[in-house]
Ligand binder design. Structure first.
Ligand code: ATP
Length: 414
C-alpha cells in the first residue's frame, strides 16, 4: 500500500509551514547537525519509506512497506509483538540497514546514511540515562559533545527542561526520580538536539497504567508544541488511538491499514484490523454474486438470514461481516421482525460501570456482544431472554480477509 504521491510543493507545505508555525519559542533556535554541531537547514520532518524490506536470514521482519509521513505528524506504528514495528523504527533511525528499499527524510535518500548524520533522534522504553550525571548534565550531554558554547548549552537545556516541566529537578540524579520523570528527562535529552523527527519506541511501556495515561496527554501536547514529526511504536491500541494523527496497523512485517484513529475504528479495511482494534463482532458471511459494493450496500447472508451491509468491500463468495458492539440494537424476541434482524438469546451480562455488555448467542450460531449504555434505566434483557439483534445496514460492514492470522486467534492458542 503506497500512501504517498506528494509533490514537492505539498512536501514543503506540510513540512515547513505547519510545523514551524506551531513551534513557538522552540522555533527560535537553529537546528543543529547532530554530528558536527554545525547549523543545518531547518527541515520539515517528512519521512518516506519505499518498498522497505528487512530480512533476518530467511525471515522477513519487514516485508516491503510503503509509507509517507508528512512533517509535523504524530504517526504511530501499532501491532502485536514481533510484527516488525521496532525494526521499521530502527531502520528510520539508521541503527538497522535495510535489505532493500529506500528511506527518504525530507525527500533525501538516507538509506545508507549513518544514524548521527540524520536529523532524527530516538527515545527508548529504557530511559538509558547516565546514572552518575544529574538531570541537567544528562540533557546537556549531546550538546557538549557537539562542542556547543556553554552559554548556548545552558539556554537550550533550560528550554528543554521547561518543555517537559522539569526545571526544578535539574540538579537531581536519575535515581532520585520516578519512572515518568526519568522518561521526561530522556525526552528533553532527545528534543534538545532539535531533531526533525523524533522516534519513540514504546516510551511509556515501563510505566504504570495511571502514569501512562497522564504522559500520553503530555506527549501529545508536547508534540503539538514543538511541531516536529513523532513516529511512535506501541502495541497499546488505546495509546495509539489517543495520541496519533494517523496510525499504521502492522502484522507479519506488512502494513494492513493506514488511517486516522477514527477512520481505523469506524471503517476497518480488513478482517485483521477489525479484529485487532477494539471489540468487533466478526461473523462468517456470504456476499451476493458480483459482490463489490454499490451505492446502496451489499447483500450478504449470515447463516440462513439475508442482510444488507451498508459499508465495506468484498468480492462475492465467502467473506466476513462485522459490527461494533455499541451499534448492535437489541429488541424483545416477540417484537415484529424486519430487515437486518437475527433472533438470539442473551447468554450473560458483563457489568462495565458506564455500560453493560450483553453476550448474545444468535440463531446462526455466532456469539456477539451488544453494548448498552448505563443511563440508569433498567435493561430489559435478562440473561436467558429471547431477543432480536438488529444490525443496522449503516453499521454492518463486509471486510476483505487478507488471510493473516488474527490477533484473537493467536491469543486463543497462547
Ligand atoms: P515487540 O513489540 O515485541 O518489540 P516488534 O513488532 O517491534 O515487536 P520487531 O522487534 O521489529 O517486532 O521484530 C520483528 C521480527 O524480527 C521478530 O520476529 C523478531 O524476532 C525478529 N528480529 C528482530 N531483530 C532481529 C535480529 N537482530 N535478528 C534476528 N531476528 C530479529
Amino acid at each position: 500500500m503506497r500512501v504517498s504521491g506528494n509533490k514537492t510543493g505539498e512536501r514543503q507545505a506540510a513540512g515547513e509551514a505547519a510545523p514551524q508555525a506551531a513551534m513557538g519559542r522552540y522555533a527560535a533556535l537553529p537546528m543543529n547537525d547532530n554530528a558536527t554541531g554545525k547549523e543545518a537547514n531547518v527541515s520539515g520532518g517528512e519521512v518516506e519509506l519505499i518498498d522497505l524490506v528487512k530480512a533476518f536470514g530467511p525471515m522477513r521482519a519487514v516485508n516491503q512497506i510503503n509509507l509517507h509521513i508528512p512533517g509535523g505528524e504524530f504517526f504511530s506504528l501499532l501491532g502485536s509483538s514481533g510484527c516488525g514495528k521496532t525494526t521499521t523504527l530502527r531502520m528510520i533511525a539508521g541503527f538497522e540497514r535495510p535489505t532493500s528499499g529506500q528511506i527518504l527524510l525530507d525527500g533525501v535518500d538516507m538509506t545508507a546514511t549513518p544514524p548521527h548524520r540524520r536529523h532524527v533522534n530516538t527515545v527508548f522504553q529504557s530511559y538509558a540515562l547516565f546514572p552518575h550525571l544529574n538531570v541537567f548534565d544528562n540533557v546537556a550531554f549531546g550538546l557538549r559533545r557537539q562542542k556547543i558554547e556553554a552559554r548556548e548549552v545552558d539556554r537550550r537545556v533550560a528550554e528543554a527542561l521547561e518543555l517537559v516541566q522539569l526545571t526544578q529537578f535539574a540538579k537531581r540524579k536519575p535515581i532520585q526520580m520516578s519512572g515518568g520523570q526519568q522518561q521526561r528527562v530522556a525526552l528533553a535529552r532527545a528534543l534538545v538536539l532539535k531533531p526533525s523527527v523524533l522516534l519513540l519506541d514504546e516510551p511509556l511501556g515501563a510505566l504504570d497504567a495511571r502514569l501512562r495515561k497522564q504522559l500520553q496527554v503530555e506527549l501529545k501536547t508536547l508534540q503539538q508544541q514543538v511541531g516536529i514529526t513523532f513516529v511512535y511504536v506501541t502495541h497499546d491500541q488505546e495509546e495509539a488511538l489517543t495520541m496519533s494523527d494517523r496510525i499504521a496497523i502492522m502484522s507479519n512485517g506488512h502494513i494492513e491499514q493506514i488511517a486516522s484513529p477514527q477512520e481505523m475504528y469506524e471503517a476497518p479495511a480488513t478482517v485483521f484490523v477489525a479484529d485487532f482494534l477494539g471489540v468487533s463482532n466478526l461473523m462468517e458471511a456470504h456476499a451476493a454474486g458480483g459482490g463489490t459494493i454499490n451505492g446502496s450496500g451489499t447483500r450478504i447472508r449470515i447463516g440462513q438470514y439475508e442482510l444488507l451491509a451498508g459499508h465495506g468491500q468484498a468480492p462475492g463468495g465467502n467473506t466476513k461481516a462485522t459490527i461494533r458492539p455499541e451499534r448492535v440494537r437489541l429488541e424483545p424476541g416477540n417484537a415484529p421482525g424486519g430487515e437486518n434482524r437475527i433472533p438470539g438469546q442473551v447468554e450473560r451480562w458483563v457489568y462495565l460501570g458506564n455500560a453493560v455488555q450483553l453476550i448474545v448467542k444468535l440463531a446462526t450460531g455466532h456469539t456477539i456482544q451488544a453494548l448498552m449504555h448505563n443511563d440508569g434505566e433498567e435493561i430489559p434483557f435478562a440473561p436467558g431472554s429471547s431477543v432480536q439483534a438488529y444490525l443496522p445496514p449503516g453499521a454492518l460492514r463486509v471486510l476483505t480477509d487478507t488471510g493473516v492470522r488474527l490477533a484473537s486467534e493467536i491469543a486463543a492458542t497462547e
